[in-house]
Write a new protein. Structure first.
Length: 233
């Protein structure tokens, strides 16, 4: 009898250990699921959302931006003071909204978008956004960038020159950019330099833009090299 009781006690202890092991395994697994849910998922959701650029923000970046008051602290959106910082934070699918003002920097995306996931840079409503830099918009060696409602004046306008050898090898120089409802005025370009330049850059759309005071003739205002004419209007 004592031997039987001893065996039963041993089995009970082993059963308890097994249950404890399963319990801690479940807690560990739940911890992993919690970590994934709160660390990875929100970041992915934010990355494909909307971020702002506002010269009026008091700091370099703001995690509580209020688009209505253009202030930091009472909102839920993310804003940056410079285009460069917003471009660095953007990922495929992100929309970057530029608030009204004259920026002392160009628009030069840090990375490319993807099929069906353009990285979009646009003005807010009817606000006027004036880009700076030597060349206002630089899209060289980038793909799937959407530019809308921005202005470039008194400087070189747009450069999309896919000069990197890997770009031709990997993407056949197909960029798929969209430039829409922008204003381009007065350029220092001369001769046949061109002002809006798509060089070795295919499958782009130049739609409903205003082009004024280009180079010595209107043909050179929009220079297209190796680009299907049907996509450059």
């Amino acid at each position: 009898m004592k031997k039987s009781t001893s065996n039963e006690n041993t089995r009970m202890q082993e059963g308890q250990k097994s249950l404890q092991a399963k319990f801690f395994a479940c807690v560990y697994a739940f911890g992993l699921m919690t970590f994934c849910s709160f660390s990875f998922v929100p970041r992915l959701a934010w990355a494909a959302g909307t971020i702002y650029v506002d010269l009026k923000t008091s700091s370099a970046s703001c995690a509580k931006y209020n688009p209505s008051s253009r202030s930091c602290g009472s909102g839920t959106d993310t804003a940056y003071k410079t285009i460069a910082e917003a471009a660095a934070a953007a990922t495929p699918g992100t929309t970057v909204i530029l608030r009204e003002g004259s920026y002392n920097e160009p628009l030069a995306p840090s990375t490319s978008g993807a099929p069906g996931q353009y990285i979009t840079f646009k003005n807010h409503g009817s606000e006027q956004v004036l880009l700076g830099g030597e060349t206002g918009i630089v899209l060289s060696n980038r793909r799937y960038i959407w530019i809308e409602g921005l202005r470039v004046e008194d400087r070189f306008w747009l450069e999309a020159n896919n000069s990197e050898a890997d770009f031709a090898t990997n993407f056949q120089n197909r960029s798929f950019h969209v430039v829409k409802n922008c204003v381009f005025k007065r350029t220092p370009a001369t001769g046949t330099t061109g002002n809006v330049r798509f060089v070795r850059s295919h499958d782009n759309r130049f739609l409903d833009n205003t082009v004024e005071d280009g180079v010595d003739n209107t043909e050179n205002a929009l220079q297209v090299q190796g680009n299907p004419r049907s996509w450059a209007r």
